[in-house]
Write a protein that binds this ligand. Structure first.
Ligand SMILES: Cc1cc2nc3c(=O)[nH]c(=O)nc-3n(C[C@H](O)[C@H](O)[C@H](O)COP(=O)(O)OP(=O)(O)OC[C@H]3O[C@@H](n4cnc5c(N)ncnc54)[C@H](O)[C@@H]3O)c2cc1C
Length: 559
């Protein structure tokens, strides 16, 4: 092992040409940072002690008919490594086997062995693999350093926000030796936790128990808006729908402001792997997908106003005024509401009191590595719960999916059910409900009721709750018409009897228009939406066509 190498790339396969080509290409380009271990047979793989394995490349094809079984065996010993099938160009007969293995989660990717000495397509894929592995590992450059209590709700919220916004973070438990040493180094008298140090700003400012606005200010993000400026469009929310809208709006010349109180990407940004977004045949992390869309929108000229939410909306003087959580107001000609949805709460008071301390809502991507060796329970039977269980199974000793229905068949996609069934450390328990729990600083145990027999058992472990979502429309209550669940009504749904506020104009509302003319809704927040990333992006883009038509009609009316 050479000095400075941080992880291992393992290459196993009996096809000498493929193995030699992959090994040589990896050694040439990555040898300084990664030890490359190559062997024809798995029993000959000698991983240097003390180094984690980043990627397992396993041969598949004529010489390795049992290649996937070999890879599975190696992966069991190194669950945090990425498992990649390497094949010769044109080995099309391996396709069904590869697709099946991808579907049930036994394979992360497949790759063609390099053709010729420098195959940039091969290296593009390897670079992606290494980036994904590094993101899973954490560590490395720390733009922000935080010292706090791991299970404090505030520290957890901040960790989540930094991680989802792709800000390199180093977190140190305040009670650990390292945490105490770092705090002492900052020379704070009676520090108020969490303490956040921005190591990339001049003077490395230190914030104690900061609010979101303190952080936005310290990041230099609190640029005041010009109160006299009238935007063409304000996009409320930067999940897939808001990002879709802002990419199209800015690229088509509309002056666009995007409001986001939490993190770019919305719910999709918390998904570890989105498998059904067109164009990414082996899936893409939700965070990477949405962050790229953010860069695209920003590159086209959208202005992003972070750490601030919309608090209300009114029509005044022929314009729309959106009030903000920082006390300001922004004026605009049109609005796209893309505030999406958030997790439904479990409704057990003892467990609510432990939110962030053993009871987590959503996939809580930043918490997953802390689940190493633990018993984890995922509550919920939908696709989000299934994805969270798959992701958590990489770290946890055992993951149990808890569902009220007898099985997952009606609520989860078939491919995910098969993936869960194929994972040795995942179990599914149907016909049960979480009804109680207890813990002082952290969840100690919870009560599970069998819905058939009424029998109750006490379980210990960490709970991840993913039981469906509720629209985030509280801020627009009374101003925009909603259906009975609180989702925004749009288009002809506004013309039904008894809708309040009623559609005010003679012309019919446009397709995605809400009850306030010029205000459109896109994505999960809209009544009747299909709750998918692709459809949210599509509705965001469609909303911009309607915004153009609205602006053109206004101009025409004034002319
Ligand atoms: C764990 C998980 C996995 C998923 N996996 C998949 C998948 O594999 N494939 C798929 O197609 N779909 C998947 N989904 C569903 C998909 O993520 C959603 O359908 C999609 O994110 C909806 O996008 P959206 O922009 O409408 O809303 P959201 O993603 O909910 O974004 C809304 C944004 O608005 C912001 N906001 C809220 N209130 C305000 C306010 N008052 N002011 C300003 N901003 C505000 C929020 O902070 C948020 O960033 C998954 C969802 C989850 C949670």
């Amino acid at each position: 092992m050479a000095e400075g190498q941080r992880a291992v790339l393992v290459v196993v396969g009996r096809d000498d040409d493929v193995r030699a080509a992959v090994t040589a290409a990896l050694e040439r380009r990555y040898g300084a940072d990664y030890a490359v271990v190559s062997a024809a047979h798995p029993e000959d793989v000698a991983v240097p002690e003390g180094l984690p394995v980043a990627v397992l490349f396993g041969g598949l094809g004529d010489a390795d008919p049992d290649g996937l079984a070999v890879l599975r065996e190696l992966h069991r010993a190194e669950p945090l490594a990425l498992a990649v099938a390497m094949i010769r160009w044109g080995a099309f007969e391996t396709a069904p086997e590869i697709f099946e293995a991808l579907t049930v989660g036994q394979l992360d990717r497949w790759i063609y062995a390099p053709e010729g000495p420098v195959d940039e397509e091969f290296h593009r894929m390897v670079a992606e693999l290494l980036e994904e592995w590094s993101a899973r590992q954490g560590g490395g450059f720390e733009a922000v350093r935080m010292i706090g209590h791991r299970w404090s709700e505030r520290a957890q919220h901040l960790r989540d926000t930094f991680t989802r916004n792709r800000i390199p973070l180093g977190f140190y438990e305040a009670g650990s030796d390292e945490g105490r040493e770092l705090l002492a180094g900052l020379q704070l008298e009676e520090p108020r936790l969490p303490v956040v140090q921005l190591r990339f700003r001049p003077g490395r400012p230190v914030l104690q128990d900061p609010t979101d606005l303190d952080i936005a200010d310290a990041f230099g993000l609190l640029t005041p808006l010009d109160p006299a400026h009238v935007y063409d469009l304000v996009v409320v929310g930067s999940g897939p729908a808001g990002l879709g809208a802002s990419v199209y709006a800015a690229s088509e010349g509309l002056s666009t402001l995007v409001l986001e109180p939490e993190a770019v990407g919305g719910q999709a940004g918390t998904s570890s792997l989105i498998r059904n977004y067109p164009g990414f045949p082996t899936g893409i992390s939700g965070n990477r997908l949405t962050f790229s869309a953010y860069l695209q929108a920003w590159g086209f000229g959208s202005t992003f106003h972070f750490m601030r939410s919309a608090q209300g909306i009114v029509a005044e003087d022929g314009l729309l005024a959106v009030s903000l959580s920082d006390g300001g107001t922004v004026r605009t000609r049109t609005v796209v509401v893309a505030t999406g949805a958030s997790w439904r709460r479990i409704g057990v008071p003892e467990l609510e009191a432990l939110a962030g301390r053993g009871v987590f809502y959503g996939a809580a991507v930043s918490e997953a590595p802390a689940m190493r060796g633990r018993q984890v329970f995922v509550v919920g039977g939908g696709n989000s719960a299934g994805q969270a269980a798959v992701h958590l199974s990489r770290y946890a000793e055992q993951v149990t999916v808890l569902v009220r229905r007898p099985s997952l068949v009606e609520t989860m996609s078939d491919y995910l059910i098969r993936e869960l069934e194929a994972l040795p450390n995942v179990a599914i328990r149907g016909g049960v409900q979480v009804v109680g729990g207890s813990g002082a600083d952290f969840l100690e145990s919870f009560v599970l009721r069998d819905l058939d027999t009424g029998a109750e058992t006490v379980e210990t472990g960490v709970l991840f709750v993913l039981i469906g979502s509720e629209p985030r429309t509280e801020w627009a209550a009374g101003a925009l018409a909603c259906d009975r669940w609180g989702f925004l009504r749009t288009g002809t749904a506004l013309l039904e009897d008894g809708v309040t506020p009623a559609w005010p104009l003679e012309r019919p509302p446009a397709l995605l228009e809400t009850s306030m003319p010029g205000v459109f809704a896109a994505g999960d927040v809209r009544s009747g939406s299909v709750k998918r990333v692709a459809s949210a992006v599509g509705e965001g883009a469609l909303a911009i066509t309607l915004v153009h038509a609205h602006l053109a009609a206004r101009t025409g009316a004034r002319a």
